[in-house]
Design a protein around this ligand. Structure first.
Ligand SMILES: *Cc1c(COP(=O)(O)O)cnc(C)c1O
Length: 347
């Protein structure tokens, strides 16, 4: 069941809202026994890579596109580090309307670019960073009346609350810690709003600490100043001036959480750990939370036995180049049993 149907009661739908549905949401909350044991906690990964376009962006995009259609909009526009464009392009294709996506030239993971092009979006590579592409998209939307579907679109963040509701529905409570990567800072804000809504409805009795993780080379919420030249292998969070910084700061403050940064090396090492000891392949940005939890453990700041959910925001298949640069090559053999046995018997 898609997000609009599953959580329609909690969303701003009217009789005029068209039904848009790519069966997004209802992603698995995976308990990770080996990594949990290693860390002395109960660790769950919410695998948002199982969404139709392979990232959590679909949760908000479905509502943003439904409301845009309701509002009579006939085209979408967005700037993107990759996943927003893939998601917008998918829903535009579903709805049968054009989609313009502005990407920072040369800085988008291969799978995401392939998706946007395959879904039939008009893909525009901007010679500049994401923050500049976002400014341009906003101006373009204003001039043309295209629906702007970046997370400045309030419906995006409302739809993304559904992730928090699902976690609580599955666990029967809120986690102790909610660990999440932070780029433009919309998702952490949406989750906090979602938990609070469930709290007010009496569906949960406690609220989690919101733990936001950024890449060291793009950590404006950790350093408390915009980062003019963000740089990280985790391209989905390569953002120097987060649009929802104020909301994210409030979420962290109100929940007694914190922002922290991790290096690219820590992110990639966490990505390999999650895949090889968890069985889940998530893209680099999605692994910043696990890198952060490991960092806090090393600092003696990870309480024992707590329940931690981390949001694995996007599918590892989206960024095959980064993955291949981390791992060895396949073992090539001649097509003989002798050659095969040599491999099977080696350690
Ligand atoms: C968009 C995205 C993020 C960052 O989310 P924000 O809401 O911009 O903070 C993290 N990981 C992935 C895979 C993303 O696509």
């Amino acid at each position: 069941m898609g997000v609009l149907k599953k959580y329609g009661d909690l969303l701003p739908l009217t009789e005029k809202t068209p039904n848009v549905n790519l069966e997004e949401g209802s992603t698995p909350l995976i308990y990770l026994p080996r990594i949990s044991d290693k860390l002395g906690i109960k660790l769950y990964g919410k695998f948002e890579g199982c969404n139709p376009s392979g990232s959590f962006k679909d949760r908000g995009m479905v509502l943003a596109v439904a409301k845009a259609l309701e509002d009579g909009k006939r085209a979408l526009i967005c700037a993107s580090t990759g996943n927003t464009s893939a998601s917008a392009a998918a829903y535009a294709a579903y709805a049968g309307i054009p989609c313009f996506v502005l990407l920072p030239a040369g800085k988008v993971a291969l799978g995401k670019l392939a998706q946007a092009l395959m879904y039939g979006a008009k893909v525009i590579a901007v010679k500049g960073n994401f923050d500049r592409a976002l400014e341009l998209a906003r101006e373009g939307a204003e001039k043309t009346g295209c629906a702007m579907v970046n997370s400045v679109n309030p419906f995006r963040l409302i739809g993304q609350r559904s992730g928090a509701w699902e976690i609580c529905d599955v666990l029967g409570k809120a986690p102790d810690w909610h660990a999440i990567p932070v780029g433009n800072a919309g998702n952490i804000s949406a989750y906090w709003a979602g938990y609070n809504e469930y709290f007010k409805l009496g569906k949960i009795k406690t609220l989690p600490r919101m733990m936001g993780f950024q890449a060291e080379g793009a950590a404006p919420l950790v350093t408390n100043q915009p980062c003019p030249n963000p740089e990280t292998v985790a391209t989905a969070i390569r953002i120097g001036n987060p649009v929802s910084a104020h909301l994210a700061r409030a979420a962290v403050q109100e929940s007694s959480g914190e922002f922290n940064s991790v290096t690219d090396e820590q992110i990639l090492s966490a990505q390999r750990l999650l895949a090889s000891e968890g069985g889940v392949f998530a893209e680099p940005a999605s692994c910043a939370p696990l890198a952060g939890i490991l960092k806090l453990r090393d600092l003696g700041k990870l309480p024992e036995g707590i329940t931690v959910t981390m949001i694995l925001t996007g599918n590892g298949l989206k960024d095959p180049d980064t993955a291949m640069s981390q791992v060895g090559k396949p073992i090539e053999i001649n097509d003989t049993l002798e050659d095969l046995m040599r491999v099977l018997e080696s350690k």
